[in-house]
Write a protein that binds this ligand. Sequence first.
Ligand SMILES: NC(=O)c1ccc[n+]([C@@H]2O[C@H](COP(=O)([O-])OP(=O)(O)OC[C@H]3O[C@@H](n4cnc5c(N)ncnc54)[C@H](O)[C@@H]3O)[C@@H](O)[C@H]2O)c1
Length: 285
Amino acid sequence: MKDVKGKVAFVTGAASGMGLGMARAFAAAGMKVMIGDIEAEPAQRAVDELKGKGLQAACVKVDVTSLEAMQEAARKTVDTFGKVHVLCNNAGVGCGGRSETAKMRNWHWVVDVNLWGVVHGLQAFVPLIQSHGEGGHVVSTASVAGMISIPGTGPYNATKYAVVGIMETMMAEQKDANLGVSVLCPGLVATNLGTSARNRQDQYGGAAKPNPKDAIAGSLADGLDPDIVGRLVLEAIEANQPYIFTNPALAHLMENRFRNIAAGNAWAASSKALAGVKQSAKLPG
Ligand SMILES: NC(=O)c1ccc[n+]([C@@H]2O[C@H](COP(=O)([O-])OP(=O)(O)OC[C@H]3O[C@@H](n4cnc5c(N)ncnc54)[C@H](O)[C@@H]3O)[C@@H](O)[C@H]2O)c1
């Protein structure tokens, strides 16, 4: 999307952190921004801040774990601003713990917010973006933890790999369409992710103070300024950039993963079980 001025963006998790950074960057570029967040008061403060600068913004309280709530948020966005062009599936929660020992309710919480929240966003908003023919862009926030597996955060990593998979699939499906598709894979960013359990819904155990043993709940204070990430996402939408990384210095970790994957294929090629088996080098699709 080269010309974002006057276009409408819906951003989940925009009351705080990177989502707020996106809302600020989009509004400053002349976009109309609908903030969707489970925390109503910070969302309203964000709207007041933007409106105080003469920018266009509104908010809706939404829990991304509910498809119906996301569909209602989509209706409110169109009622308020007429159309929607940009969706940022950004709301997410940090949750540490190993896959085999993390509390099951935390597994369900992180999957419901970080994975189902993205699916609900796509289902509720993409048909609306496609309906007006003016084009648009979808950005989902994954993480470098969707590219490399950080020990001690199995459930979180699982959701972020899933988001990368969904968005890479969409990139291929939408390559000839008027819809840009990006996946945001931040490194450390100085946000409130370490206190995610402030928003934990009752069905997952309710609100709680951060667990000091959580790998993710460690200090994020030295991370990147989330407003820089907001400006980076705007730049990526304008450039139709599919992968949005915030810390290129981490590239070696991803290259190391690809080397390990290549070694796995080389091992299979020399295995006794596959010796002499002829297979196609193509996949369907
Ligand atoms: N901070 C980092 O270092 C980092 C790194 C990689 C990826 N991420 C991802 O970035 C995204 C944004 O997180 P952040 O770091 O800005 O944290 P943050 O806590 O500052 O912001 C997250 C926002 O999501 C909202 N939210 C939480 N649960 C919700 C729900 N069920 N429905 C609607 N809104 C909900 C929160 O109220 C908050 O406003 C998340 O997906 C996170 O996993 C963060």
